[in-house]
Design a protein around this ligand. Sequence first.
Ligand SMILES: Nc1nc2c(ncn2[C@@H]2O[C@H](COP(=O)(O)OP(=O)(O)OP(=O)(O)O)[C@@H](O)[C@H]2O)c(=O)[nH]1
Ligand SMILES: [Mg+2]
Length: 334
Amino acid sequence: MFYDEAKIYIKGGDGGNGCIAFRREKYVPFGGPWGGDGGRGGSIILHADEGLNTLVDFRYQQHYKADRGMHGQGKNKHGKSGEDLIVRLPVGTVVKDALSGEILADLTAHGQEVVVAKGGKGGRGNAHFATSTQQAPRTAEKGELSEEKKLILQLKLLADAGLVGFPNAGKSTLISRVSAARPQIADYPFTTLNPHLGVVRVETGYSFVLADIPGLIAGAHQGVGLGHRFLRHIERTRLIIYVLDVSGMEGRDPREDLRILREELALYDPALTSRPQIIAANKIDLPDAAQNLTGLKETLGNQYEIFPVSALTGEGLKALTYRVADILASLPRK
Ligand SMILES: Nc1nc2c(ncn2[C@@H]2O[C@H](COP(=O)(O)OP(=O)(O)OP(=O)(O)O)[C@@H](O)[C@H]2O)c(=O)[nH]1
Ligand SMILES: [Mg+2]
């Protein structure tokens, strides 16, 4: 199982202090106490949002602090309360206290909210402390300190898009370029033996999960080259990205590669043929790539969106990932 994980630090707002003040007006020289109360501090509230699907943004921002309550003032003016801070998390996130390991929240439904750090209560002003024997109290409460915690966020990841291709086509190189995933890369086939997931962050708030799936070869649907195990992972993705080596370096024809890959997928599960699919034409930095790319576009350009890329140099990867994010946004979630 793959988990996206993040650690964040949260702190609610402290309560404002109560005020000590006495009424002093021209014709009321010894007026009573009129120090106002401090305001309540804001709380930290986790909110489950089905529009989010990764925790990648929490790698960029780890500190979350709600506003404090304002202090009370004279003339019985109460301090303003601090605003609550709402932290949006994907549905499916489990929230743990980093110190105790205790599960604080399990966000399972859209819109679910959990208060993880309560803001401090405001302190009472001296107006509250007047009694028959003490009419000029010089006491007021301090605002309550808020809770602070370190949280571990965990989200079980399911891949949105899968990289499907022959061994050595450059799938692992590609995922390592666009995400933090670091699968092994080497110039021999079957380097990758297990799928790797990476979170691709296209813009703030826009991200998707990409799977690097081990190379497939003819006969994969019957289990050749462990194909069965890998095809199972493709079944779960919403978008298939065929990674084709268009350099011709290994004497392969990308059109023939695509034909075999499609056939393997169809033999494994005919439903896969109707899954949305696009092509990443990889290794365009190599000499013969341009010519092969032209051939590929001529024969398949009207059936597929084809993105010329070099996983090695990074060329074309931005266009590819933006388009993938767009397509995924238009597809239903599983
Ligand atoms: N010139 C060039 N080489 C590339 C490019 N992408 C990948 N390679 C090289 O191709 C070889 C295979 O790359 P990998 O990323 O391991 O290929 P893979 O598809 O993950 O292979 P398997 O894990 O065996 O299925 C490595 O030597 C890479 O450096 C590219 O765009 N241009
Ligand atoms: Mg690989």
